[in-house]
Design a protein around this ligand. Structure first.
Ligand code: Z5A
Length: 211
């Protein structure tokens, strides 16, 4: 049995990751390639419960290190119970956010060191990395317009952090992509969804993951 491919979408809120994950899954299914679409934080019952703790908690919220541990714990359950078994069964896994989100949000923007975030990932998830990470990048104006149209101004605990925090997240993602060109493709997400989807398929092709 050939192992499946592990593809992650990354980027800021409103970049269009979930839309592109669904469009890629439809393209795979049209080619009769079995795939699983999942998300972080979440993807398993345990990780979805941790998602509620992370994004829904009222009051003072989590200290940055506690937040990083909770994301790593959710990911650990997700990797062991869903991602690895699906890959071993030969399915493609399309994941809406993965460890690079922890590196960008809890690391680059939140103040933890990259090596600490990666150490938690080694302990929790054996250091599993995607075969390809598609970084969907949009301007802050595009992101704000899309999330406003969808949520009417409501944001979760992390999405609601200030513009400087989100600018640090975007800068961190760009640094990771530039540092690891063999694993990342940067996609301009400001275009309409079909044009972004074509760029996603082009990136898969260029990375030798052609459909
Ligand atoms: N987080 C973290 O801190 N550390 C971690 O390790 C992980 C996560 C894994 C999860 O939020 C939060 O957790 C997130 C990071 C943090 N907070 N922030 N910021 P989430 O899962 O609830 O939400 P999100 O990941 O930020 O995604 P999102 O807001 O749903 O955005 P998206 O998936 O990138 O976008 P979308 O849902 O595909 O599209 C948004 C809207 O735009 C929607 O109405 C679409 O129909 C529309 N759209 C999409 N694409 C287009 C194009 N191309 N043109 C026009 N309109 C479009």
């Amino acid at each position: 049995m050939t192992r499946g491919r592990f593809i992650a979408f990354e980027g800021g809120e409103g970049a269009g990751k979930s839309t592109q994950a669904q469009m890629l899954a439809a393209a795979l299914e049209a080619r009769e390639i079995a795939c699983v679409v999942t998300r972080e934080p979440g993807g398993t019952p345990g990780a979805e419960a941790i998602r509620q703790l992370l994004l829904g908690l009222d009051g003072e919220g989590w200290h940055p290190r506690a937040e990083a541990l909770l994301f790593a714990a959710a990911r650990s359950d997700h990797v062991e119970r869903l991602i690895r078994p699906a890959l071993e069964a030969g399915k493609w896994v399309i994941c809406d956010r993965f460890v690079d989100s922890s590196r960008a949000y809890q690391g680059g923007a939140g103040g933890l060191s990259d090596s600490d975030v990666l150490a938690l990932h080694r302990v929790g998830s054996g250091g599993l990395l995607p075969d390809l990470t598609l970084l969907v990048e949009v301007s802050p104006e595009t992101a704000a317009q899309r999330t406003r149209a969808r949520d009417g101004g409501d944001a979760d605990r992390i999405g609601g952090r200030d513009a400087a925090y989100h600018a640090r997240v975007a800068a961190a993602f760009a640094r990771f992509a530039d540092a690891e060109p063999a694993r990342f493709a940067r996609i301009d997400g400001n275009r309409d969804a079909e044009a972004v989807h074509r760029a996603v398929l082009g990136a898969l092709d260029a990375f030798g993951q052609a459909l």
